[in-house]
Design a protein around this ligand. Structure first.
Ligand code: PRP
Ligand code: URA
Length: 208
């Protein structure tokens, strides 16, 4: 599928394997989510615009390159929170805009409960962060909210996706690049990704 990118980086594969392991405790889980997010951000930001910029080194003058566009990181609460810190460290000039959605366990439909976006967009590129793309409902709704807000370029960064979620997000928003650590087999009958890693929010925050 065009503009769906699954990382083939050995570091991502290694860290993802430990992340999936059911014996990995919340502290280690959070550390891995942070590290995998940094690695994925490296791949997802490959096409950001830079401007040639003069710089004086201790040895003389040269021309460097600085990021041109204002970037907004948009974590979907709760589980997306764990992805923010590492990505923000890589792009400290970014703004962070939180969107709160939870999945109704019965209908699997996203329910919005928090949105602090300002009236008009303040950034040129939004990167939506959520470790799990399951049915795709939450990511698709979030991209819809951002488009209605006026966001022009949107990317989605997740850790594990089900084919069903990719299809829904891609069909509804074909312009959105999707960056993932892994595409798994399927959803089970209660909407969880198999083999997946279980509930990403619960495993990060020690709940559930
Ligand atoms: C999880 C996950 C995604 C959503 C994915 O959040 O973090 O936001 O489910 O499922 P979908 O693709 O079928 O919409 P959840 O609703 O469990 O809330 P939480 O992050 O607060 O735990
Ligand atoms: N949300 C999760 O946290 N895990 C899944 O497998 C599906 C949705």
């Amino acid at each position: 599928m065009r503009n769906v990118y699954e990382s083939d980086h050995p570091l991502v594969k290694h860290k993802l394997t430990i992340l999936r392991d059911k014996t990995t405790d919340p502290r280690k889980f959070r550390e891995l989510v942070r590290e995998i997010s940094i690695l994925l951000a490296y791949e997802a930001t490959r096409d950001l615009a830079v401007a040639p910029t003069p710089v004086e080194t201790p040895m003389g003058a040269t021309t460097g390159a600085l990021l041109q566009e204002r970037i907004g990181l948009v974590p979907i609460l709760r589980a997306g929170l764990g992805m923010v810190e590492g990505v923000w460290e890589m792009m400290p000039g970014s703004e962070v805009w939180h969107i709160g959605l939870f999945r109704d366990e019965r209908t699997l439909q996203p329910v919005e409960y928090y949105n602090k976006l300002p009236v008009s967009p303040t950034v040129q590129i939004c990167i939506v962060l959520d470790p799990m793309l399951a049915t795709g409902g939450s990511a698709t709704a979030t991209v819809g909210i951002l488009k209605e807000w006026g966001a022009e370029r949107i990317k989605f960064m997740g850790i594990i996706a089900a084919p069903e979620g990719i299809k829904t997000l891609h069909q509804t928003h074909p312009d959105v690049d999707i960056h993932l650590a892994a595409v798994d087999e399927r959803l089970n009958d209660i909407g969880y990704i198999v083999p997946g890693l279980g509930d990403a929010g619960d495993r990060q925050f020690g709940t559930g």
